[in-house]
Ligand binder design. Structure first.
Ligand code: C2E
Length: 177
């Protein structure tokens, strides 16, 4: 684990070429960034792995093509944001949203997607490790990951990363995953 201070826009820019190749010709990848950005602290390779996972999943959800949107945003929470059984503490966060127009995930499956070995793919097509790995990596940065989905409309993953504050290098918690 090699956490470094980075700008998620740069990480995404460095990945754009690869992501565009991964999504293929039927899928359009659109990136949009908040011009007001703050740094986060994360292992760059792991962050790239998470973003690639989410984009590949989004692609696979759209066998007939469509659009994948990746958006970054600097967000300030004045009060904790409660979602599922989690609460994102107040403060400064960078969010990355990855959304698709694909088949969607049914409500009964939605809470299971971050569990190890969860997969809807056929044997040999997916290991089921993608999203639980993504969950663990996001947790290691002190962040959160949420999913919203509407069957036949699409799915959106929202990642929250704590904004890096100078002098807080030691606050990265090592998750037991
Ligand atoms: P849970 O998954 O049963 O986790 C219970 C507690 O175990 C968590 O309390 C946390 O203290 C610890 N824990 C679980 N997984 C990890 C991990 O990967 N790394 C670290 N460092 N600690 C871990 P917490 O944080 O108050 O979360 C309560 C519940 O809220 C969790 O129950 C889970 O259902 C939900 N939750 C927490 N974070 C997230 C998130 O980022 N996304 C989503 N979708 N749910 C979350």
């Amino acid at each position: 684990l090699l956490p470094e201070v980075l700008d998620v826009r740069d990480t995404l820019s460095d990945l754009t070429h690869l992501l565009n190749r991964l999504v293929g010709e039927k899928v359009t990848l659109t990136l949009s960034h908040d011009p007001v950005m703050r740094p986060i602290r994360a292992d760059k390779r792991q962050l790239e792995q998470v973003l690639m996972n989410l984009v590949v999943n989004a692609r696979d959800a759209m066998p007939n093509g469509g659009e994948i949107r990746v958006r970054t945003e600097a967000v300030t929470l004045d009060t904790p944001l409660k979602r599922d059984r989690a609460a994102v503490p107040e403060g400064n966060w960078i969010t990355v949203k990855v959304s698709d127009e694909g088949v969607g995930i049914s409500p009964d499956q939605l809470q299971k997607v971050f569990e190890p070995f969860y997969t809807t793919k056929r044997t040999g097509e997916g290991t089921g490790l993608g999203l639980s790995t993504a969950y663990g990596i996001v947790k290691q940065t002190g962040g959160f990951i949420f999913v919203d989905s509407v069957p036949d409309k699409g799915t959106q993953f929202t990642l929250f990363f704590p904004v890096y504050q100078e002098g807080q290098d030691d606050q990265v918690e090592v998750a037991e995953v």
